[in-house]
Design a protein around this ligand. Structure first.
Ligand SMILES: [Mg+2]
Length: 415
């Protein structure tokens, strides 16, 4: 052995550690574990003033723990049959939720997906059920830990986000439609997203010259600063050439984005449109899960990716999509056009991701936003701020839920 080694060895005497003491056992009673006691699916129906008071349908989910904490979730089911089908699946899935610790919410989300592939591979009603349960569990988790869902997702990356009005035009006369949009932005909102191809007499989306006149006049009416977005509903059946001609004409008046001009899936058409125009192209809101969004992102033809947490597997699903959108250097946009529960879930994710750039709000007060919760979610002078209260930060008023139960509303309409 070399000399220096021998001398080094002699310098370090073994340290005599005191004998290890057995750890003090932690009494079971100080580890308070909440367990899910009850999962209730509640279909509700309500008139939507932002859409000519058309009756809309949602499936809410109320989850209660054994220590009395309540969380709320929502599926944006839109039709009564979809609401009742979602309720049936939630009732069945409850077996995988009752008895679980709500802090294990993402593990529960995986367990639900392990079941739903039998009847929900690539999405559908099963994704609604997962979404509503997931949102309610995040709400409970935040309440149990005394912090906002946004903080549970890592905290806000935006100090504030601009809010824009998202609505359907309610008039036939273009001048009246412009005045209506001016009324929407008057409280300070940063722009408007207007639905084309909606019910009523607006007839937007069907005649080139009239549509361009509308775009010109609404730009003149709102001024140069406001964002203008156009959202093509299912009734708009533009072919690629029509879409290119329309969007090129709208661009003269600063169209910020065009949404679903070629529907939910037309990669070749969108590639063509994108090569000839500069407005952002928005689509994706009909996708059910991350796999669907991966397919959309892989086309390279989307700039603004629409996601509804009440459809696309909840806050957990939305967050996974938002991370992928961020990595793709695209914009993610919450499709929050239903209840305050969905809006709260959307805000939590939107504030947690740099990929979100704005928040849509409905300009006209409606029961599921402004009556359902004690303090409605709203902008302040056109800005949304990060939610700070525990969970989703909303207090759902059960009397309002009960008043809008679908079985009551639909029965009243029949009689
Ligand atoms: Mg849309």
């Amino acid at each position: 052995m070399p000399a220096h080694s021998a001398s080094n060895t002699s310098r370090f005497e073994p340290v005599a550690f005191p004998p290890a003491e057995p750890p003090t056992p932690i009494p079971n009673e100080v580890i308070a574990v909440s367990r899910v006691e009850r999962v209730e699916a509640i279909p509700v129906s309500y008139p939507e003033p932002n859409d000519f008071n058309a009756l809309r349908h949602l499936c809410l989910v109320k989850i209660t723990t054994d220590d009395g904490v309540v969380g709320w979730g929502e599926a944006i089911t839109q039709f009564p049959e979809a609401s009742f089908a979602t309720k049936a699946i939630v009732d069945g899935m409850a077996e995988r939720v009752v008895g679980r610790d709500p802090l294990e919410n993402i593990a529960i989300w995986h367990a639900l997906r392990d079941q739903k592939w039998w009847y929900g591979y690539n999405g559908g009603i099963a994704s609604y059920a997962v979404a509503a349960i997931d949102i309610a569990l995040w709400d409970i988790k935040g309440k149990l830990l005394g912090t906002s869902v946004c903080n549970l997702l890592g905290g806000p990356v935006h100090e504030r986000l601009p809010a824009v009005a998202s609505c359907h035009a309610h008039h036939e006369d273009i001048g009246r439609m412009v005045e209506e949009a001016q009324e929407w932005v008057a409280p300070g909102l940063h722009g408007v997203k207007v639905g084309f191809g909606k019910r009523g007499n607006a007839r937007l989306g069907y005649e080139h010259d009239r549509d361009v006149a509308y775009m010109r006049r609404i730009r003149e009416g709102l001024g140069p600063e406001k964002l203008i977005m156009i959202d093509c509903g299912w009734a708009i059946k533009w072919d690629v050439k029509t879409a290119v001609r329309r969007v090129q004409a709208f661009e003269e008046y600063g169209l910020h984005w065009i949404e679903e001009p070629l529907g939910e899936w037309d990669p070749e058409g969108y590639r063509n449109l994108r090569s000839k125009t500069t407005s952002l192209i928005a689509y994706g809101e009909k996708e059910w899960d991350l796999a669907g969004y991966e397919r959309v992102l892989a086309t390279g033809t989307v700039d603004v990716v629409g996601v509804d947490p009440a459809r696309a597997e909840g806050i957990t699903g939305f967050k996974k999509v938002a991370d992928r959108v961020e990595a793709s250097r695209r914009q993610v946009n919450a499709h929050a056009w239903s209840s305050a529960i969905c809006s709260a879930a959307s805000l939590a994710v939107s504030f947690s991701t740099p990929a979100a750039k704005l928040v849509e709000v409905k300009p006209l007060a409606n029961p599921m936003q402004h009556e359902l919760v004690a303090e409605p979610i709203d902008h302040v002078d056109g800005w949304m701020y990060p939610p700070t209260r525990p969970g989703l930060g909303i207090d759902v008023i059960e009397e309002v839920v009960d008043r809008h139960r679908s079985e009551v509303i639909l029965e009243n309409r029949r009689s």
